[in-house]
Design a protein around this ligand. Structure first.
Ligand code: C5P
Length: 240
């Protein structure tokens, strides 16, 4: 079954992470996908990933690599041995860097984790792009161009807003994966996210994976919140 909800484990320690996951251990059913970002990875290291993989979780390791091609290739080789399910990099590193990443990540049998690119961070505005980065094209054009570069380099998809997922599929193809944060339950707290949509609507527009943090991690019943997000997301996706 595709269309997975990935829980952003934005925690600072192993202890906190395992405390959050305890009810998922007790519950029957599908083991969630978890996103491990820099905070948890830098705090606990690769052992945290190994431990969660052993428990049966799928892992999206969100380390956003960005370096010279040879270095990224070697970094990816290490991540390949960690056996994560999804990993990412910055498309702004260029096509040669992305190709090197694919090479480093590919296992001997030709398989590899899903590799996706960050196009422009959602914290980057048109103004920042123009004034600081000297990129004068419209932001949405830049995002789509970086997505095309990622596709050309052989990557599987991009991280983007759920509101952009349909357009990414139009430009890069139906099989090009969209992983989308910025998702909130109808009537839920928005927090610091700006352009948000619901799990159902994200599915309708064309997201392939949702990343949800606080609506699940901050819920009184995270197992139920995760089940609800998955249910609504898949209902939306079926309508496409
Ligand atoms: O708690 P919340 O649902 O906002 O968490 C979203 C997760 O997705 C966080 O880990 C955040 O860093 C990440 N993310 C994002 N927007 C991006 C890229 C990543 O919210 N453009």
């Amino acid at each position: 079954m595709s269309h997975h909800v990935i829980i952003a484990c934005d925690f600072a320690s192993r202890e906190e992470t395992l405390r959050f996951l305890a009810p998922f251990e007790a519950a029957q059913g599908e083991k969630p996908w978890l996103k491990i970002g820099m905070e948890l990875y830098y705090a606990e290291g690769p052992q945290m990933v190994r431990e969660l993989k052993e428990k049966g979780y799928h892992i999206f390791l969100d380390l956003k690599l960005h370096d010279i091609p040879n270095t990224v290739k070697k970094d990816m080789r290490v991540l390949k041995d960690l056996d994560v399910d999804m990993v990412n990099l910055h498309a702004s590193g260029g096509i040669a860097m992305m190709r090197a990443a694919v090479e480093g990540l590919t296992r001997e049998d030709g398989t590899r984790p899903i590799l996706i690119a960050v196009t422009q961070l959602t914290s980057t505005s048109q103004e920042v792009m123009e004034q600081e980065l000297l990129i004068e094209k419209p932001l949405d054009k830049v995002v789509m161009h970086y997505a095309k570069n990622a596709r050309e380099a052989g990557l599987d998809g991009v991280v983007c807003s759920p509101l952009e997922a349909g357009k990414v599929h139009e430009v890069c193809g139906a099989d090009f994966v969209t992983v989308t944060p910025g998702v909130r339950f109808a009537g839920g707290e928005v927090g610091d996210q700006v352009r948000v949509t619901t799990p159902q609507r994200a599915g309708e527009i064309g997201s392939d994976y949702l990343v949800m943090g606080r609506p699940i991690t901050g819920s009184e019943d995270p197992v139920e919140a995760y089940a609800r997000a998955t249910r609504e997301f898949r209902q939306g996706a079926e309508k496409r």
